[in-house]
Design a protein around this ligand. Structure first.
Ligand code: DOR
Ligand code: ZN
Length: 458
């Protein structure tokens, strides 16, 4: 009988379409078979799943690695180590780094760097801000482009000058050019001129703390997000670009996306963990101030967001992992606009979602669809996203019953803290396997820099 490289014995394998108890066989970098338990396959290495759950490796298409330029917060190695610890086997870097990957020379040097230092598979979302560079960038193996419609006021990071695109004609030009590449265009929707007026009214009243910041972004039921989304959806309708909406967080956004999808348009969307587990609770905002902001998501939106995830209007969960140092968050108690915005989540969103599944908010199959299968499909990663013969052996062994408390001392991210500290969750990541190799096991990242490879669309 053939001797396989790896056998995972008796796991409950969960795919987006259902679950089964089976043995998984791995040869080289790929899954070579899924067989009835105890069929007698022999392997060089065996992992006994003992009733645990096996998921396809998480694919996080929106992650701030901060490399190059802001490596005091995070770098490509620490981000991809944190990914391994979180069950994430593919992570896409975001372009608000310095210099930003908006031209081929900069992207080429980032790719070269990632080849040497990344621990899990990766790609880099290029900035679509230079019209002449869009087509050549698309030929370098990227999976998508990113546009920010936001500009920082009161701080100069994470939305630094030159990165934001506010002008609607400029957006139209970019949508046309990206459409020709066939790649998705990720858009952080945000109406800067509406925000300028909202912010000014808070400042005129002398309101500048983290509470004012939280309320300003949620003002008029999320008009800042929804007005911008209406514009980009209208542009998408005419141009046909594959639009991927980032930061879905209001009922109105879900409704707009659902209507566009009902017309059969090429529109997909993400939600981020902070909208589900952090900024959704005012008590948490009061307790943690800017450490809990990303954005405040008033509770009235919750049913729409969970419903949108269950019915597929929201295609995927991506972390928007936004590591900042504590000293960059601390000013937010006095001045919410001075604190660097965003929250880290890469290592803990898997367990938070497992816990949500356990409490009945969705099924484990939904978790797999949202964290692995759909992200792989939306960005064309044909070797990722499913536990099935022929795919990459990217696997996460999970203990669905273990109750544990998230804490800062488990953080692999360079920022060294998590806004989820103190939370008890049921569901833990035991082992992460990348293309057949164990990259994380029992609290330790076991892979070396350079084990990751560029995950390109096909
Ligand atoms: O809150 C955010 N933080 N939103 C973004 O768009 C960027 C992110 C970051 O880079 O920290
Ligand atoms: Zn982001």
């Amino acid at each position: 009988m053939a001797r396989h490289d790896l056998l995972i014995n008796g796991a409950t394998i969960v795919n987006a379409w259902g679950r089964q108890v089976a043995d998984v066989l791995v040869d080289g970098e790929s899954i070579s078979g899924i067989v009835k338990p105890g069929t007698g396959a022999s392997a060089r290495r065996t992992i006994d799943a003992d009733g645990r759950v096996l998921l396809p490796g998480l694919v996080d298409t929106h992650c701030h690695h901060r490399d190059p330029g802001f490596t005091h917060k995070e770098d490509a190695t620490t981000a991809t180590r944190a990914a391994a610890a979180g069950g994430v086997t593919t992570t896409f870097a975001m372009p608000n780094v310095s210099p930003p990957p908006k031209d081929t020379a900069t992207l080429a040097s980032m790719i070269d760097h990632y080849r040497r230092v990344a621990v899990v598979d990766w790609n880099i979302n290029a900035a679509a801000t230079d019209p002449d560079q869009i087509e050549p960038l698309a030929r370098m193996g990227i999976a998508g482009f990113k546009i920010y419609m936001v500009a920082d006021t009161g701080r100069d990071y994470p939305h630094m000058p030159g990165l934001g695109v506010h002008d609607h004609g400029e957006l139209l030009r970019i949508f046309r050019l990206v459409e020709r590449t066939g790649l998705p265009l990720m858009v952080h929707v945000h109406d800067q001129s509406i925000m300028d007026v909202i912010e000014q009214s808070y400042w005129d009243r002398g309101e500048r703390d983290y509470r004012a910041y939280a309320r300003a972004y949620a003002e008029h039921d999320g008009i800042v997000w929804e007005a911008a989304l209406a514009v980009v959806l209208r542009i998408q309708q005419s141009i046909g670009t594959r639009l991927h909406v980032l930061h879905t967080q209001t009922e109105g956004m879900v409704d707009q996306i659902r209507a566009a999808k009902a017309q059969g348009r090429d529109v997909t969307s993400e939600i981020n963990p902070w909208a589900l587990f952090l900024g959704n609770d005012w008590d948490t905002v009061e307790r943690l101030g800017s450490y809990a902001l990303s954005f405040w998501v008033p509770p009235k939106h919750a049913d729409s967001l969970w419903g949108g995830m269950r019915d597929g209007t929201i295609d995927l969960v991506a972390t928007d992992h936004a590591p900042h140092l504590a000293e960059e968050k601390e000013p937010g108690w006095e001045d919410g606009w001075a604190a660097h915005t965003g929250t880290p989540s890469l290592e803990f969103y898997g367990p938070l979602l497992l816990d949500a599944a356990r409490s009945g908010l969705m099924t484990l199959e939904d978790v797999v669809r949202l964290t692995s299968t759909r992200p792989a499909e939306v960005f064309g990663l044909r070797r990722k996203g499913r536990i099935e013969a022929g795919r990459d052996a990217d696997l996460v062994l999970v203990d669905p019953d273990r109750s544990w408390v998230i804490s800062d001392d488990r953080v692999h991210s360079k920022c060294g803290w998590t806004p989820y500290a103190g939370r008890r969750v049921v569901g833990a990541i035991d082992t992460t396997i990348l293309r057949g190799q164990v990259v994380y096991d029992d609290g330790e990242v076991t892979a070396e820099p350079g084990s990751g490879r560029m995950a390109t669309p096909s």
